[in-house]
Each structure stands twice: as structure tokens, then as C-alpha cells.
Design a protein around this ligand. Structure first.
Ligand code: 5GP
Ligand code: ZN
Length: 141
């Protein structure tokens, strides 16, 4: 079951009930330093509305939060001196989501940082790619 705002760590941060290093705030989101960073300057961009996953966000909030990512990414590169960064967004326990309040990770990357990024990629068999493409197109009508 999804966490309710009263027991949600990110809602508590947004409401200033527990401390956090808030580097940015506007009407729709906060950006904070991750308390257990994968690299110095690892940010979490957190919509203020309490919803569990990306699919639960309204178009309007998604657009407002999405607009922040380039600016925060540019700022992260400037402040950390990183050569690049990953945007990571986990949905569901199976995908590694631990905090059930939708959020985006911005993870600074440096040459030789050993964080890795390549997953085992596969291949489609026979008509599977065409069928999958058709299924998506039908579902989106
Ligand atoms: P998830 O696995 O859900 O995508 O990532 C949750 C992230 O939230 C983790 O990287 C974790 O370190 C971070 N986190 C969890 N609790 C807190 C907290 O109280 N403060 C901050 N700043 N980050 C937190
Ligand atoms: Zn929440």
C-alpha cells in the first residue's frame, strides 16, 4: 500500500517537519541533496503533491516538474564539476523504488567513478518487435 502523507518522509521534508538540504523550491517541487548520495551533489527532485509513481502525476504537474530538470541539471554540472549526469526515476519496488513518493534522481558522473550504467540488453524474436509496436499504438488510441 502506498505511504500516506502523514508517514511519508518526502512529505515531511516538504512540510519542514524534518530537516533536509533543500537547494531549490518553487510552487510544484523541491530539490534536495540525497542523504545517501551515489556521488557528491546527488539531487532528488520531488513534486510537492503526494503521489506514489510517475504514472500517478497529472499532466500539469509532470510538465511543471519536467521543466525544472534542464535547469537543475545545468546547475548540478556547474556546482559539482561533473562531466555528466544520469536522471533516474524508479517506479515500484521491483524497479528499486524505496520511497513511495514520486521523485527524480540527478546523479553526477565522473570519469572512472565506477557507478556503472550498462544493463544487459536483449533482442526481439521474429515478429515480436512489430507486435509490441502495434500493441503500444492500439493502447495509445
Ligand atoms: P528510491 O530508491 O526510492 O528511488 O530512492 C529514494 C532515495 O531517497 C534514496 O537515494 C535515499 O538515499 C533517499 N532518502 C531516503 N530518505 C531520505 C531522507 O530522509 N532525506 C534525504 N535527503 N534523502 C533520503
Ligand atoms: Zn509524500
Amino acid at each position: 500500500m502506498a505511504a500516506q502523507p502523514s508517514d511519508c518522509i518526502f512529505c515531511k521534508i516538504i512540510q519542514r517537519q524534518i530537516p533536509a538540504s533543500i537547494i531549490f523550491e518553487d510552487h510544484c517541487a523541491v530539490a534536495i541533496l540525497d542523504v545517501n548520495p551515489l556521488a557528491s551533489g546527488h539531487l532528488l527532485v520531488i513534486p510537492k503533491v503526494h503521489v506514489n509513481q510517475l504514472v500517478d502525476l497529472s499532466d500539469s504537474v509532470a510538465a511543471d516538474v519536467g521543466r525544472l530538470l534542464p535547469k537543475l541539471g545545468r546547475t548540478l554540472l556547474k556546482v559539482t564539476g561533473a562531466a555528466g549526469f544520469n536522471v533516474l526515476q524508479n517506479n515500484g519496488e521491483v524497479a528499486g523504488q524505496v520511497v513511495n513518493h514520486v521523485h527524480f534522481h540527478l546523479i553526477p558522473r565522473r570519469e572512472g567513478d565506477s557507478l556503472g550504467y550498462r544493463w544487459q540488453a536483449g533482442l526481439y524474436e521474429d515478429d515480436q518487435m512489430r507486435d509490441t509496436c502495434e500493441s503500444f499504438k492500439q493502447a495509445l488510441i
